[in-house]
Design a protein around this ligand. Structure first.
Ligand SMILES: Nc1ncnc2c1ncn2[C@@H]1O[C@H](COP(=O)(O)OP(=O)(O)OP(=O)(O)O)[C@@H](O)[C@H]1O
Length: 250
């Protein structure tokens, strides 16, 4: 298996936050993580990316337990890009993580250019990050992770702080990363973010209550969450979007 966790448990001050979570991920999968506020999405993603230690359980990347070396193959994008941006200029911000892992200067310059290209921020290379729009800041935060060339990227509500234009910009980048073969696991309350995921994982009170097909999840869920437009049509009118358009246009 490419990436998996087995029997993960986690407490905050005696409160059980995650209860016996086991999951498997394939290389290149695009996965949505859904659940009510406080269900444990952020905590689970932080554990799976090695930011927090689980109380019990194992995380295994390419048949090896997560360690200081293979951890670098896993990236984490925070909800608020401000929490992730540290550089005085855009290129310095991306250089920060690379410097920490000892990447030689020549290679670093190439990696920065490549990461900026992936997120479409090439012309902002020397800009002050404070002058960027919300969507651009989030794309910079993603570029800093992408430059490290992780195979898996966890994204914690990456579009929540953004306006519709910023959301669209970030969403384009996410799709690009999926097309590049990255495994993307995105937690979101915003249904359109999950329109194209291969699979949904539903969390409730720290337990996995659903793991499978997106449409089936939304058709049957009892969670108080936003239902995507295409599923609303299917659920309440028993018609797909295309069928409805054809009917209206007749
Ligand atoms: N640093 C902390 N100390 C104590 N409890 C915490 C801490 N961080 C989170 N919690 C608690 O852990 C539980 C899970 O929180 P978590 O942030 O993982 O949920 P979430 O599903 O990501 O929520 P949201 O959708 O609101 O972001 C919540 O009950 C929360 O109050």
């Amino acid at each position: 298996m490419f990436f998996e966790c087995k029997n993960i448990e986690f407490d905050y001050n005696e409160n059980k936050i995650l209860k016996n979570i086991s999951l498997e991920f394939k290389k290149g999968e695009f996965v949505g993580l859904v659940g009510d506020n406080g269900s444990g999405k952020s905590t689970l993603m932080k554990i799976l990316s090695g930011i927090y230690e689980p109380k019990n359980g194992k995380i295994i990347y390419e048949n090896e337990e997560l360690n200081i070396k293979n951890r670098t193959k896993i990236g984490y994008v925070f909800q608020n890009p401000e929490n992730q941006i540290v550089g005085v200029t855009v290129d310095e911000d991306i250089a920060f993580g690379l410097e920490n892992t000892g990447v030689p200067r020549e290679e670093m310059i190439k990696k920065i250019k490549w990461a900026l290209d992936v997120v479409g921020l090439n012309e902002k290379e020397k800009a002050d990050p404070n002058t960027l729009s919300g969507g651009q800041k989030q794309r910079l935060a993603i570029a800093s992770i992408v430059a490290m060339d992780p195979s898996i990227i966890f994204m914690d509500e990456p579009t929540t702080m953004l306006d519709p234009k910023g959301r669209l910009e970030v969403y384009k980048v996410i799709k690009k990363l999926v097309n590049m073969g990255k495994t993307i696991i995105i937690a979101s309350h915003h249904a359109p973010d999950l329109n194209e995921v291969d699979r949904i994982i539903g969390l409730k009170n720290g337990k996995v209550i659903y793991d499978g097909n997106r449409d089936k999840f939304y058709m049957n869920t009892k969670m108080a969450i936003e239902i995507p437009f295409d599923i609303k049509l299917k659920k309440f009118l028993n018609k797909s979007y295309d069928e409805l358009v054809e009917e209206i246009c007749q």
